[in-house]
Unconditional design. Structure first.
Lengths: 440, 557
């Protein structure tokens, strides 16, 4: 009889009644054939594989991560509460040791959702991994977390949320931003002044195949994880690197994804993208589940799988080896680069223009960070959207020192204020404030 | 008049039911080495002096196939399994002659690798050489497209006595369970067929000519003639018989819990508006996970005759039964003895029970009464705890739509029906612990036979349509039709109901008494590129388990 070597939990939530629009890639049908394959393979019957019903996240769980404009209820649909909840359910089951590992096979996805949310970007409204992770930090007291994003698109939302967090290692492997949405995720994107080196981007050229992905996993991801020593490893398990994916240009496979999962050994995997709903997802998901559970996946392959047809060229192999070297070099020098970057500034500022492709919104942001020697620094964001909302958002980090806590409240308490909404995330106290103009 | 017969572990119960209710009831000792004689004796006793022409229905629930599986008395079977990409089907091996072959169908029912005829011919010859007479054929996704199973069957020709194919036994997706179920069907086929043919012959000789119905694990019936194609469905019909026997006393529009407290075990089930909750996947028996429809029942090793002892300083009840209670000449202390000692069961041999209680009372440092009470309390507590657990499990069934998550329907039993020997004595205690009305099922000692007698014929139909491929099919019913892009969910439901009606009548249902419902109706737009190219429709309908019309008021008898 088949049984799991590692007790593995699954939340399967295909949201069969939810779509962005009827013909959108993020539609009801997306996980239909995956469900067929998972059911027909009898995976949920296997000894040591446990299916859970997703919990719902609370508004507070969302506020812990996001500044939602104008409110949590306005940017979330019921389906988002469930998909984030599914990730949370798996996270709790892992922390409670009811399972060794878990996979939240849920939709809609979340890795393009940033800290400030004016609407949907790249099919994402809220960041379901971040909501889960910050809940686990609060409820279980874990600190160091590694997120390995293996979706084909750069996980720019997750990067944004953890840009200033030295305790969260964000490692994204994706198709080069010069050739794919969202056009970011270059090696130079390396983390904010107080968290330099805990954001790492590994852009890969189009047509990268199994060989390239597994090379990066073994030679870059695993050694860095080894050094970082996270309490938990989270995998943003997007499946759009597949050779048959309609919106990307990579050559990864079900066998490749399963092998990558065996190497990475994530505690928690969360489904992200993947839009080859018939030819890839059913096989990739079965491969990932079996790999997580430590069950033989050697016969899991796409019906049209032909490793010779998708093999990467020598040029690509060479390019990837060089990329690996550069990333490892950056990682090794992160401390000295950090000192150089911080210089003598007390406050670091950056201004950005962000685009919400799904909802067609433009946002202008000005970020000010306390470059603090004692903590990762209070953060102030001034943001205006093309929907005519001007907000102030203040984030006091989990590890905030006394001075940064005070600075956070000083920023928030500015009077009189001309903002439509003021937000405060007081992470040490797990307290979230909102001040809507004209409401008082 | 109707005869219901249920073969139990110790007794076989038989009832004769007329328009006015139960006319006769009888018990015979079950002889497991000669079930045929047991069944015949039971039938003879209950019909003694009755005009055979007045009997128009006979329903049997036996342990025949269950015992064959548990005791590994199975016929040699040859299995041919076509897996394709995915988990290696070798992991689902059921027996020695189990061959994994080429051929693969994908999730939409498209062939991705053909069957290799010469490979099948070789296997056929090998099976024949080994004198195998029963064969099972299962291909992955055969419920979407049975072509490979049919092709293999054709190659086998007439070389075997009986061939079972996966797509004919269930419409559900679950390849490993389909493999196990096809194997079970093939392996119990000869024993089932021989037994019921013999019963039929004997009854015919005595002048009974009505069709024999057989109880299934889902609390429904089928005729003997249709059962030869699905003999596996007769396993574990016993627990279903008792549940069906309590339905007449359940309340409408609410949820009831049924507890059958026996000597060794307590079996539990849930009724919603007098319809038993079914197991989502299928029955499990002796390591076989099958796709056979069954009631969601749970059995725990606690009953009136459970062995009571002290283990690690703590009172332990069950799960084993060493024999009857001390009061009835048994070898060890039981919860029944506790009831006797407390005077709840008036019994002459009270001394024996008290003698058995003494050492425990000393170890626990309690009085005799306190010890007896503690045993009764703990027995009831265990039952209640497990009943709650079962309800929780039913309620934690995963759902796949936003609507269902937010609707969050949960089962909350409002009443508890108990049956079985010690049930009435535990009832007051259970009532306190559940904080619900606990009702002892009248005539509980033959409720199982009543349940068998009055169970309705049940069945299920699964219909699948893929308008992009222009196909609608229900392979289980041998139904295939080309459809247009305009084919709708409503069309699909209508066809499914027609197929269901036809199937139910063929299996012995009264056309006037079909309580049908839609279990699942899903419809997806299929989008390729940025255009809608078709619809993917999935329908599941069933005839609900329940009591046959006209007899659901038997409670008044
Ligand atoms: Zn990525
Ligand atoms: Zn993606
Ligand atoms: Zn500070």
């Amino acid at each position: 009889m088949l049984s799991a070597k590692h007790k593995t939990g699954l939340v399967f939530f295909p949201a069969f009644d939810w779509a962005i629009s009827p013909t959108h890639p993020e539609r009801e049908e997306r996980l239909l054939y995956t469900q067929d394959q998972v059911f027909e393979e009898g995976i949920l019957d296997i000894e040591g594989i446990e299916e859970y019903r997703p919990d719902l996240v609370t508004v507070k769980d969302v506020q812990r991560v996001h500044f939602c404009v104008p409110s949590v209820w306005d940017v979330m649909t019921e389906s988002h509460f469930i998909s984030a909840g599914g990730a949370k359910t798996i996270g709790m089951a892992v922390m409670d040791k009811r399972i060794e590992r878990g996979f939240a096979l849920v939709r809609p996805p979340g890795h393009h959702a940033m800290r400030v949310v004016h609407g949907a970007r790249g099919f994402c409204n809220v960041n379901i991994e971040a909501i889960m992770i910050e809940y686990l930090r609060r409820a279980y007291g874990i600190n160091k977390v590694a997120i390995v994003d293996t979706d084909c698109h750069h996980g720019d939302g997750t990067q944004d949320i953890y840009w200033h967090d030295p305790d969260t290692l964000f490692l994204s492997i994706h198709q080069d931003g010069r050739t794919l949405y969202p056009g970011s995720g270059f090696m130079q994107e390396f983390g904010g002044p107080t968290a330099l080196g805990t954001t790492l981007n590994i852009p890969l050229p189009p047509k990268t195949s199994e060989e390239g992905f597994l090379y990066i996993t073994e030679n870059v991801v695993l050694p860095i994880l080894e050094e970082f020593k996270p309490d938990i490893i989270v995998n943003s398990a997007g499946q759009d690197n597949h050779y048959s994916d309609p919106i990307t240009n990579m050559n990864f496979s079900a066998q490749g994804y399963a092998k990558l999962t065996s190497l990475l050994k994530p505690d928690i995997a969360v489904l992200e993208g993947g839009y080859a709903i018939e030819g890839a997802l059913p096989y990739v998901n079965v491969g990932i589940i079996l790999a997580m559970a430590g069950i033989d996946y050697s016969k899991v392959r796409e019906p049209d799988y032909n490793p010779d047809r998708i093999r990467q060229s020598k040029d690509i192999t060479g390019y990837i080896e060089k990329t690996a070297e550069t990333v490892l070099g950056l990682w090794d020098q992160r401390v000295s680069i950090g000192e150089k970057v911080r210089g003598k500034d007390k406050i670091a500022e950056r201004t950005r223009r962000l685009f919400y492709d799904t909802d067609n919104i433009t946002e202008n942001q000005k970020e000010s960070l306390m470059v603090c020697p004692d903590c990762s620094g209070a953060l102030r964001i001034d943001s205006t959207s093309s929907r005519d909302k001007h907000i102030l958002a203040v984030h006091i980090p989990r590890d905030a020192c006394h001075a940064c806590k005070e600075r956070g409240y000083e920023w928030y308490d500015v009077k009189p204020h001309g903002y439509d909404i003021k937000f405060l995330q007081d992470r040490p106290q797990d307290k979230y404030l909102e001040d809507h103009k004209g409401k008082e | 008049m109707i005869i219901g017969l249920d073969v139990g572990g110790t007794h076989t119960d038989v009832v004769l039911i007329g328009d006015q209710g139960i006319e006769r009831e009888t018990k015979v000792v079950t002889d497991h080495s000669n079930l045929f004689k047991t069944v015949l004796t039971g039938l003879e006793k209950v019909t003694e002096g009755i005009d055979h022409k007045k009997i128009n229905r006979i329903v049997l629930s036996t342990t025949l196939t269950t015992n064959a599986i548990v005791q590994h008395k199975l016929a040699p079977v040859g299995m041919i399994v076509a897996g394709g990409p995915g988990i290696d089907p070798e992991y689902y091996r059921t027996n020695i002659d189990y061959c994994c072959v080429k051929g693969s169908i994908d999730h939409r029912g498209r062939e991705t690798e053909p069957v290799n005829p010469s490979e099948i011919k070789q296997i056929r010859d090998q099976f024949r050489k080994k004198d195998i007479r029963y064969v099972g054929i299962v291909s992955k996704f055969s419920v979407r497209n049975p072509q490979h199973e049919l092709t293999i069957n054709e190659i086998l020709g007439n070389s075997f006595d009986k061939v079972f194919m996966g797509h004919r036994i269930s419409g559900k997706l679950n390849f490993p369970r389909r493999i196990a179920t096809v194997f079970i069907n093939a392996a119990v086929y000869p024993i089932h067929k021989d037994f019921f043919e013999a019963v039929k012959r004997s009854l015919n000789k005595k002048g009974f000519t009505m069709p024999i119905h057989i109880l299934k694990a889902d609390g429904g019936t089928m005729t003997f003639d249709s059962s030869v194609d699905f003999p596996g469905q007769t396993i574990l019909s016993g627990p279903a018989a008792s549940v069906m026997g309590s339905i007449a006393f359940a309340s409408r529009d609410e949820e009831n819990l049924v507890l059958d407290i026996g000597g060794t075990t307590t079996d539990m089930a849930v009724l919603i508006d007098r319809v038993p909750v079914l197991n989502a996947l299928g029955i499990q028996l002796d390591g076989y996970k099958s796709i056979i429809r069954s009631l969601a029942t749970q059995s725990i090793g606690i009953g009136g005759d459970s062995h009571v002892c002290i283990e690690n300083g703590k009172l332990k009840i069950g799960p084993e039964r060493l024999g009857p209670a001390l009061a009835y000449g048994g070898p060890s202390l039981t919860p029944t003895d506790a009831l006797v000692a407390l005077g709840i069961i008036p019994e002459l041999n009270k001394d024996k029970s008290i003698l058995g209680l003494k050492p425990l009372a000393e170890t626990l440092n309690l009085s005799l009464d306190q010890t007896a009470q503690k045993i009764v309390d703990q027995t009831c507590n265990e039952i209640v705890k497990n009943a709650h657990k079962m309800v929780r499990e039913i309620n934690s069934k995963p759902v796949y739509t936003v609507h269902e998550v937010y609707e969050d329907y949960t089962v909350k039993p409002k009443k508890v029906l108990v049956l079985g020997g010690p049930a009435q004595h535990f009832a007051p205690n259970l009532e306190k612990l559940f904080n619900l009305e606990v009702k002892v099922v009248p005539r509980w000692s033959v409720a199982n036979a009543i349940g068998a007698a009055l169970a309705r014929t049940t069945c299920e139909v699964t219909l699948f349509a893929d308008t992009e491929q222009g196909k609608a099919s229900a392979p289980e019913e041998n139904f295939f039709r080309n459809v247009s892009q305009l084919f709708s969910k409503e069309d699909a439901i209508k066809i499914a109901y027609d197929l269901l009606k036809e199937k139910a009548i063929k299996r012995g249902a009264d056309p006037q008494d079909l309580d049908m419902e839609v279990l699942e109706d899903l419809e997806f737009n299929m989008v390729r590129g940025f255009y809608t190219t078709g619809k993917n429709i999935r329908i599941k309908v069933q005839v609900k388990p329940g009591l046959i019309h006209g007899y659901d008021q038997i409670s008044n008898s």
